[in-house]
Design a protein around this ligand. Structure first.
Ligand SMILES: [Zn+2]
Length: 155
């Protein structure tokens, strides 16, 4: 998604933890502890991947996207399908996405990434474009276009 920003990547932490699991320093029971809630989220809202579970290698990993933010109100903390995120990004100014990988066989789970989504980034892009268009003296068409675009986004 082009509006992703402040991306935090947790792959280093994940690799370090998996190294300890494979060395036997950390037990699989400690890391394969997905709650029933997380497993349900994986089943109903998860994004399937082609990546094998790094712990049991029996099943492919599923990515669960959790959303947080004041504007979400009662939806904050819920899992959403990946396809729903661009729609939310058009209607909300800012919200946080946490991506968790889950194995539905052994219950391995780990936070892999977090980032911000929302219209704030889109507006910045539009302002930049409007500025460039205004400089070339064809701003009026451009303004009409972007305001109807914003109306669509609210629906
Ligand atoms: Zn597994």
């Amino acid at each position: 998604m082009r509006t992703q920003r402040q991306v935090v990547d947790y792959s280093l932490q994940k690799r370090a933890l998996l190294r300890d699991v494979h060395n036997g320093k950390v037990g699989t029971l400690e890391v394969c502890d997905a709650s029933p809630y997380l497993k349900n989220a994986a089943r109903f809202h998860g994004e399937p991947t082609d990546d094998r579970c790094p712990v049991c290698r029996r099943d492919n990993l599923t990515l669960v996207h959790y959303i947080y933010g004041d504007e979400l109100k009662q939806s904050a903390g819920q899992a959403r399908k990946l396809a729903e995120l661009p729609v939310l990004a058009m209607t909300l100014s800012e919200f946080q996405v946490f991506v968790v990988e889950v194995c539905q066989s052994c219950a391995w789970n780990h936070l892999i990434e977090q980032y911000l989504l929302g219209r704030d980034a889109l507006n910045t892009d539009e302002l930049d474009q409007d500025g460039a268009v205004a400089a070339s003296a064809s701003g009026r068409h451009r303004e009409t276009g972007s305001s109807s675009h914003r109306r669509e986004g609210r629906q």
